[in-house]
Design a protein around this ligand. Structure first.
Ligand SMILES: [Zn+2]
Length: 290
């Protein structure tokens, strides 16, 4: 971990620990992640004892010595004046509206693409849309606590869409856009996150900053999670066909947080503590990008 990342991590931990939370292990995300591919997954269960209880109690159960709640907005990470766009991929109502989500929309490269898809699920049918939504809500709160303005591509998890073209343009007034997804590779042994960035970008400036965002996200995710080896050492995939990225006018990436058919990663994704861990990593990627 670089000194800067270490500092940022410590600052984020400071925010989380202040209200009495115990989740930021002083043993921070696996400096050795690269050499121990099981990290971020096998340790998602009970070997991480503090995290589950922390998320259920939260700051509400953590008064300070004077009996007053310590605000979670302690400005350890200051993102005031920043605007971050979050796109929780898919939507909970997509599956029951097949014709709506099949309708063609501009793909940002002169063609069309289906409005949206249902997303994937774990082998126990925990839907990707639910995971994306949970991580997005956690990330949104952390960003707001740090003073950032947050814009979301959708306001609930039981609706339909929006379509993929709008999942780029909703971010027009933000500094950057992060789209949260999880992957559904059929082979259950496949594991790890990967980051997707548009290729080519919509303009040189945005392309450079999008690539920088992809690097930043990959590095931040590589701490606690395993990079998916199918996408090279940095786990970054460059694709021309994703309409959300193509239609974004600001630096944008999709983060495929992990593989939902992998039992270890599914367990992490379904847990509150795991979702928080994903959100923390995404926050760090955003902070580092700035
Ligand atoms: Zn997805």
């Amino acid at each position: 971990m670089s000194p800067r990342r270490s500092l940022v991590f410590s600052l984020i931990c400071a925010v989380l620990v202040l209200p009495g939370l115990t989740g930021c292990d002083t043993n921070p995300p696996d400096e050795s992640a690269g050499s121990t591919p099981s990290e971020g997954t096998s340790n998602s269960t009970d070997t991480e004892p503090s995290t589950d209880s922390e998320s259920s109690t939260g700051s509400e159960a953590s008064p300070d010595a004077d009996g007053q709640k310590i605000p979670t907005t302690e400005p350890a990470v200051d993102l005031s004046g920043r605007t971050v766009a979050i796109d929780p991929g898919h939507n909970g109502g997509n599956a029951s509206h097949p014709s709506e989500i099949a309708s063609p929309v501009p793909d940002g490269r002169g063609g069309t693409k289906a409005c949206n898809t249902t997303g994937t699920a774990t082998s126990t049918d925990y839907p990707e849309a639910d995971f994306n939504w949970a991580v997005a809500q956690q990330l949104k709160q952390e960003l707001k606590d740090a003073g950032a303005k947050v814009v979301m591509s959708r306001d609930d998890n039981d609706g339909v869409g929006p379509c993929v073209d709008e999942r780029g343009t909703f971010a027009d007034d933000a500094d950057l856009m992060v789209s949260i997804h999880a992957n559904g590779t059929e082979t259950a042994s496949t594991k790890g996150f990967h980051v997707i960035v548009a290729k080519p970008g919509s303009s040189d400036a945005v392309e450079d900053d999008s690539n920088r965002l992809a690097d930043s996200m990959s590095e931040a995710m590589s701490g606690p999670f395993t990079p998916n080896s199918a996408y090279g050492k940095d786990a970054i995939s460059r694709r021309p066909d994703l309409a959300g990225l193509n239609n974004a006018s600001v630096p944008a990436v999709i983060v495929e947080c992990g593989e939902m058919r992998n039992a270890d990663e599914a367990k992490t994704m379904e847990s509150k503590s795991g979702q928080k861990k994903y959100a923390n990593a995404l926050l760090q990627g955003i902070v580092d990008w700035y």
